[in-house]
Write a protein that binds this ligand. Structure first.
Ligand code: ZN
Length: 263
């Protein structure tokens, strides 16, 4: 599908493995899915565009299975070796047509030795048109400075962010904790961008749960989770007015609780 996209040559996404994997998949789906209208890892915020791809078409499914012909997805068991990286060098031959894209996902980028990293640096900096690198890691600490300097870094680690304070209220079927939530929200200075990141986090959490429940044939809970996902998708699409983040979040929590209480 022809789409005008301005993508950088190299990204480094930091965060927990499963969460980042979903972000990467969603991002690439948004590039290849004919239904999607945009693809970005967000601009100033740390959010990714979600819900834009259809998740149903053959392109989306191939990305989900990591079997798309325009992706090479590397997942090393230990340190990377040069032969692990060989598929990359073999693929990058000519510049691609304007609207074509090819992705190299290098997971666990902390396992790139200086030697392996050096072999990639030039390519990461200036790949032929259409090729993109997406590196992932759980933390930034053990990533080589030469790699860091060549990537656009998106940090999805939220321990210190306001959004992580609220995540726990949205991640179980347990009795709602109104009092805890109210107190948290009173003392919070949650930003609109953090809200989006929180919604992403909730969305991916329940999406993973849903996959497991479907495997277990647990229909009742699967329907409930589908409703939660719909709620988050709707929230994601809303335009949050500056300064109205707290009200928005309170409403979202109320709606979430109401879903849980439907027998
Ligand atoms: Zn699709």
């Amino acid at each position: 599908m022809a789409k005008e996209l301005k993508l950088s040559p190299s990204y480094l996404l930091i965060g927990s493995e499963l969460y980042i994997e979903n972000i990467v998949k969603n991002f690439i789906k948004n590039v290849f899915c004919a239904d999607a209208t945009s693809a970005s890892f967000g601009n100033t915020s740390t959010t990714a565009t979600i819900g834009a791809s259809c998740n149903l078409c053959i392109e989306c499914k191939k990305v989900d299975r990591k079997m798309h012909h325009n992706i090479i997805w590397l997942e090393p068991e230990a340190q990377y070796t040069l032969s692990d990286l060989e598929p990359i060098f073999k693929s990058v031959v000519f510049a691609l047509e304007d609207t074509k894209h090819f992705f190299f996902v290098i997971s666990k980028a902390q396992q790139l030795s200086q030697f392996c990293a050096n072999s990639l640096l030039k390519l990461m900096e200036e790949p032929p048109r259409g090729y993109h690198f997406i590196l992932t890691a759980q933390t930034k600490e053990r990533i080589l400075p030469t790699i860091l300097s060549r990537c656009i870094i998106q940090n999805y680690n939220t321990e210190s962010n306001a959004d992580s304070v609220f995540f726990k209220y949205f991640n179980s079927f347990n009795e709602p904790d109104f009092q805890g939530f109210s107190q948290a929200i009173q003392g919070s200075k949650i930003q609109e961008s953090e809200l989006m990141s929180l919604i992403d986090q909730i969305y991916f959490f329940w999406m993973e749960k849903l996959k497991i429940l479907i495997q277990e044939n647990n229909v009742d809970q699967a329907i409930l989770i589908q409703n939660i996902l719909d709620l988050m998708n709707k929230a994601r699409a809303e335009n949050i007015m500056p300064g109205s983040g707290k009200i928005f979040l309170r409403n979202l929590y109320m709606q979430f609780i109401m879903l849980l209480q439907i027998p």
